[in-house]
Every structure is written in C-alpha cells, then in structure tokens.
Design a protein around this ligand. Structure first.
Ligand SMILES: *[C@@H]1O[C@H](CO)[C@@H](O)[C@H](O)[C@H]1NC(C)=O
Ligand SMILES: *[C@@H]1O[C@H](CO)[C@@H](O)[C@H](O)[C@H]1NC(C)=O
Ligand SMILES: *[C@@H]1O[C@H](CO)[C@@H](O)[C@H](O)[C@H]1NC(C)=O
Length: 329
C-alpha cells in the first residue's frame, strides 16, 4: 500500500464514486421499471373496460337498426324463427367474394339473416359488403378488437379473430335471443344445402333433451361424391363452420381466453366435459383460405385435396322425415 500512495487513493476514489453513481442509477431504473409496469397494467385494465363498454354499445346499436329495418321482433327475440349465419370478416377480399357468391345460392338464405362483424375496416371489404345482393339479408356490425388493437402490431391477428367470433356469438345468443346460430368463417364457401343441413341437425341433434352434442360442423376434408348426406361422426372441435344452440353458449363463453387459441381450448375441455362435436361425411363447405394465420398449405398434394379431391354437397337434399345417422367414424 505504501508504494502506491496517491495513485491508489485516487483509484479507490474513482471506484467508490462509480459504485455510488451506479447505485443511484439502479434506484432510478427500478423506479422507472415500476412506473412502466404500472402504466402497462393501467392500459390493460382500461382497454378491457373500454372493450366491454364498446361491445355493449355496438350490440344496442345493432338492435336499434334491426328494429328500424324490421329484421326480427327485437322485443321477443328471434327464438326458433331462424338460425342467423354469423360471419367474422377482416381482410382477404378475394376469398370473401367467393363466399358471398356461394351464400347467394344457399337454399333458404332469404329466410335467415347474415350477421357480419367487420374487423380491420378495409375499404375493399366495406365496398364489397355494401354491394351484397338484396336476397341475402345482412346486418353489419363494425367491430374493433380488444386492447385498442395494439397486439396486432407485434403478433398475429389471431386474438382479434377470436374476439370477433365471441362478439358475434354473444350478439346472437344474448341480444338476438336466437335458439341456434351458425358460424361461417369468411374463407369457407357454403354448399347449396348448407342452411337446411344446419336446420335439420339443430332439430334432430342439438334441440333434444339431454343431448350431449356441443356443436355440428360442416367441413370435412375427406368428403367424396359417394359420402352419405345423412351420416355424421364425432370429431374434435374446429372453428371453421359450425352451429350450436343457445343452451351451450354459457359453456362456450367460459372457454374464451383473453388471448390466442380458444378453439383448441374448446376441443380439449369439451372432451373432458364429455361434450361431443359432430362432423358430416358429406362436406357442406369448401375451405378456400389456404393461406392464413393458422392454415398454410404448401404441399401440392394437400392443396389438391382441398381444392380438387374434396367433394362438397352440390344439390338440394331432402331432409324431411330423415333422421341423422351417427357412426363412430
Ligand atoms: C325465398 O325464395 C324462394 C325461392 O327463391 C321463394 O319461393 C320463397 O317464398 C322465399 N321466401 C321468403 C321468406 O321470402
Ligand atoms: C324435453 O323435456 C321437456 C320437459 O321435461 C318436455 O316438455 C319436452 O317436450 C321435451 N322435448 C323433447 C324434444 O323431447
Ligand atoms: C365420383 O368421382 C369419381 C372420381 O372423382 C368419378 O370417377 C365418378 O364418376 C363420380 N361418381 C359420381 C356418381 O358422380
């Protein structure tokens, strides 16, 4: 020590002041961090509060418009008069165009109402929606995703689609008071008998006492021109095109997460709660959205299965007096 003398003292002094300086910064940094977390939480809770307020408001406006246009008796509710077709819409207008053309050919489309919830507010979609032919009766509800749409800038749009589906189901079951509803994603073309099929399965499978059937689906990738139109089989849940009854809504509503894959959660907990999801042998929809968030078909053989090999029901089918036949696979 003796030898280093003044230099050492100076050196110690420098180290000491650096430590003090660092400690001071550390405290500042921690304070800043706490403030940041606090702001995030505040933003999160206010966005949740805002979103629920926003939805209620939109639903009320939907009812007012329905009342004005005489779409249904908004005091008694829709009940069993028709099954609304719910369609969440965001982007990809080239798919939507083909879906709307398909809807125009659906038998009984003039007896129901297509409820469209429009996310993203793309002008190409808006103009397409405003030119839907008049025999498809529509009610369009603009929708803004939760969390002020912020997550879509850093992650996929999936949470928004999921919120959009919930928004539609909530409107159909809690505000329209429909007994049953059909959900059709905007990249699935419906078959001519799509609506009749869902009415028939609702009557025979969903609307019966002690039914353990949760949902009726209409897409089957392995459908062929020999598939029997009256045969169905149990399978996991998927969200592409399906119907359910109001009596199942309270179960469904509890499966929603604030974020991401509600449909895989439904598939898992449905099994645990002994619910059955049913698929037809003969497909009543064709999936065309081969490029999307959850679907990415790259392989030529897969593309061919979706676009060419898969057969979709193409004529009006006689459902009166017919009973669905459920097989194990
Ligand atoms: C729906 O259209 C069909 C044929 O286009 C017609 O026979 C039927 O009366 C219409 N139903 C309603 C409720 O408008
Ligand atoms: C279901 O049960 C209720 C009362 O228990 C009965 O009134 C009704 O007719 C039944 N419905 C069917 C479709 O069996
Ligand atoms: C069903 O499809 C196969 C192959 O795609 C074809 O050879 C056959 O003629 C079709 N049958 C009917 C009844 O349309």
């Amino acid at each position: 020590m003796k030898h280093c003398g003044g230099i050492c003292t100076k050196l110690f002094g420098i180290i000491k002041s650096n430590v003090l300086f660092g400690r001071h910064h550390c405290v500042l940094l921690i304070r800043f961090f706490i403030l940041f977390i606090f702001c995030l939480l505040l933003l999160y809770f206010s966005s949740i509060h805002y979103y629920s307020f926003y939805c209620t408001n939109r639903f009320q406006q939907g009812l007012i418009e329905a009342n004005k246009r005489n779409l249904w008796n908004t005091i008694n509710g829709v009940r069993n008069q028709f099954m609304p077709i719910l369609m969440p819409v965001c982007d990809r207008p080239h798919y939507l165009k083909r879906v709307l053309d398909g809807l125009a050919r659906v038998d009984g489309i003039n007896e129901t109402l297509v409820i469209i919830s429009q996310d993203c507010a793309l002008s190409s979609i808006t103009s397409m929606l405003s030119s839907i032919p008049s025999d498809i009766r529509t009610l369009i509800l603009p929708h803004t995703p939760p969390y002020f749409s912020l997550p879509r800038y850093v992650d996929t749009n999936e949470y928004a689609t999921s919120a959009n589906v919930k928004f539609l189901l909530e409107f159909a079951f809690e505000y329209m008071l429909a007994d049953g509803a059909i959900l059709l994603e905007s990249d699935l073309i419906p078959s001519v008998d799509f609506y009749r099929y869902h009415q028939w399965t609702y009557k025979n499978l969903l609307n019966i006492n002690n039914s353990k059937i949760l949902s009726i689906h209409s897409f089957n990738l392995y459908s062929t021109n020999l598939s029997d139109p009256y045969t169905l089989f149990p399978r996991g849940f998927d969200s592409w095109s399906w119907s359910t009854a109001r009596t199942r809504w309270y179960w469904f509503k509890n499966q929603w997460t604030k974020y991401k894959n509600w449909d895989s959660i439904v598939s898992r907990t449905a099994k645990k709660d002994q619910w059955i999801c049913i698929l037809p042998k003969l497909s009543r929809t064709r999936m065309i959205g081969l490029k999307g968030i959850n679907v990415n078909v790259y392989k030529e053989s897969e593309r061919k299965q979706f676009e060419e090999n898969m057969y979709m029901s193409d004529k009006i089918i006689e459902y009166n007096e017919k009973k669905p036949k459920i097989v194990s696979f």
